[in-house]
Design a protein around this ligand. Structure first.
Ligand code: SAM
Length: 130
């Protein structure tokens, strides 16, 4: 899932929908020592679990991914290298999904990547358009 991510050159990586942090912990192990991982999670219980990771390179934001730009602006971030999402796109309203994908692609630096992993191929066609 993370094979397209060049960890050595990435300053800022965003994870959307980290859940209980299974992939988050893996990303933190691969992260360059000066890089930052910013996670967006809306579920209160998952948020509480994530903040317990207490890693100096991890920022956990309890907000919806649809507010990506606004929340990143608050912490002085205007562009990112990679976005890794496991948001359940098939159950999020299409209008919201479009907002998330448009903001994500606008935030990406040159050669940045958006990685989506999910348990359904429903959105595969749309992701290829963006
Ligand atoms: C399928 S789970 C994936 C969890 C974890 N990344 C994994 O692979 O085990 C999707 C996660 O996205 C979160 N989520 C759903 N909608 C969201 C949104 N609009 N913004 C941020 N997180 C969201 C859910 O709370 C859940 O933790």
């Amino acid at each position: 899932m993370l094979q397209n991510i060049h960890f050595a050159s990435a300053d800022i990586i965003v994870e959307l929908g980290p859940g209980n942090g299974a992939i988050t912990k893996f990303i933190l192990r691969k992260l360059h020592p000066t890089a930052t991982l910013i996670c967006f999670e809306i579920n209160d219980n998952f948020y509480k679990t994530l903040i317990k990771i207490e890693h100096s390179q991890l920022i956990v934001i309890k907000a919806s991914a649809e507010n990506l730009n606004e929340e990143l602006r608050k912490i002085g971030v205007s562009e990112v290298n990679h976005i890794i999402s496991s948001l359940p796109l098939t159950i999020i309203p299409e209008k919201i999904t479009d907002m998330i994908l448009i903001q994500s692609y606008q935030l990406l630096k040159q050669n940045g990547t958006y990685t989506q992993y999910q348990y359904s191929l429903f959105y595969h066609k749309k992701l290829k358009v963006f």
